[in-house]
Design a protein around this ligand. Sequence first.
Ligand SMILES: O=C(O)[C@H]1CC[C@H](C(=O)N2CC[C@](c3ccc(C(F)(C(F)(F)F)C(F)(F)F)cc3)(S(=O)(=O)c3ccc(F)cc3)C2)CC1
Length: 275
Amino acid sequence: VLHGALSPVGGGTCSVLLSHCVTRVPSELLTQSVLLSHRATCHPRAEELQGHRWATFTREEICAYQSQPMAEMWQRCARRVTEAIERVVEFAKRLRGFLELSQHDQIVLLKAGAMEVVLVRMCRAFDAATRTVLFEGKLAGPELFRSLGCPELVASIFDLAQGLSALRCSESELGLLSALLLVNAGRPWLQDRPRVARLQGHLDVAFRLLLRRTRREGLLARLPSPGQLRALCSQHLEQVQAFRRLHPGVVSASFPPLYRELFAADPADVPAGTR
Ligand SMILES: O=C(O)[C@H]1CC[C@H](C(=O)N2CC[C@](c3ccc(C(F)(C(F)(F)F)C(F)(F)F)cc3)(S(=O)(=O)c3ccc(F)cc3)C2)CC1
């Protein structure tokens, strides 16, 4: 699925026309193109988030979610996280240099980093005052997800969103942070590590110059550590496995193929040659 989503023919990647940027240096050009790609692939868009006062769920609605069967709530959430990941794939395709990497390395980077970008993007639709996140059109607290049966994972997800929203990141900061979560030469299984490292280097310089220009150097020390994000993603994988043991067949029967490929590839799916 990921392979198909990455084929240039498939999704029309717009080459970002950087208009009216006469005095910009290469790293500012890169920052601008990352910001455009981020804005174009986030949901909801920044404009929708600003003015809008989102409603919270009523007690009855929360009870309805809490009494959903576990499999139903998991399917619902898996669908939503898959839609978010598809937008992250589109973001990656618009990142200058990403499509020039080998297909193999593009897939390695997305498999390792897409969920991290989804979790970082989550802070955009998180309300720190009420500790709620936008879910299916209204603001939901952690208790709404009780029927998933993974309270620690949900709590960790909310903690991350809380921490990130306290940093009050700009869209440019979130865009460059997301790009650096994807273009990470430290990921295992990369074929052309030096090539990924070069692209990562350009993004790193652009991020540091942005922070210096905006006097936000202190942000670097306060971002979630790679270890925190990695721990969250492995907690997620553990919970998917736990759910599969409780409900054999549900994941393979009704979860989106992209979700299964990324988080639940069982040995049967792996092509014989690489087993
Ligand atoms: O595309 C965008 O720009 C945004 C990116 C961020 C998106 C977002 O916040 N999300 C996409 C779906 C969201 C999401 C996050 C985590 C998970 C899981 F880990 C598990 F269910 F186990 F928690 C799973 F994967 F195992 F199922 C499923 C779905 S959600 O909004 O449904 C949500 C669910 C649980 C929460 F406790 C908080 C949020 C988060 C919304 C769309």
